[in-house]
Design a protein around this ligand. Sequence first.
Ligand code: GLU
Length: 283
Amino acid sequence: MTDVVTRFAPSPTGHLHLGHAHSALFGWTAARKAGGRFLLRIEDIDPQRCRPEFDRALCEDLAWLGLTWEEPVRRQSEHLDDYRAALARLGGLGTAYPCFCTRKDIAAEIARAGHAPHGPDGPLYPGTCRGLSDLERRDRIAAGEAYALRLNVEKAMAMTGPLRWHDRRRGWQDATPGILGDVVLARKDAPTSYHLAVTVDDHLQGVTLVTRGEDLFFATHVHRLLQELLRVGPPDYEHHPLLVNERGERLAKRDNAKTLRSLRELGQTAAAVRALAGFPEEL
Ligand code: GLU
């Protein structure tokens, strides 16, 4: 039987809250029950929002909670060459294209079109730069215009054919990556995006079971397509329901009262916080 390898992959953009504790304990417990391994990955590719002090704090909070993980911790910012290599492969397949749009351009295009296909996270990228000629692309890049790289989902799907992936809760899924539109593969300020980095890292770290919140269920459709283009994976998945507050709203980093450190400072024990996060069992 293959070893079960799970991971927790927070972004150091704020302090961890109970929702993160739930997700971390979920992955940790899944590995523990299967006699497998649990890894930690710091998703710190966003230079505007990620801060080293949050990275240190989250490792401290997880250890306080009683979790242990295998070293080394993978920090995405230290592995940009891995993402560049994956991008080169996707570029070589002709499935990535430069997108020069700003957020404002995208909003204006959506308003102009009068309607826009919506995905689970809002309106989809309207495809403005998908049809640019090679000449225009070259000229704009040569002129120093900033650009992101996007995945041409339709073209990529035509290359791979139908794909499926497995969720332990919801069973087999037909991959429908178009649901998120032509997602970004490399940001203007980083040689990767969340989608690309996660796909590459889960493969390179040997993750066999991706456990994460249901909010990322649709992202998995895209990851499945990227795996096929990169000829890696796929792992098994389990998307867990998100913890909600008394008002039924999903916990967010701005919910300061619920950070693990504030609970600790209020005198809560690690066992009590684990219970609040839905894991009342002894570790
Ligand atoms: N870094 C992502 C987040 O904090 C989680 C990524 C994942 O588990 O795939 O929401």
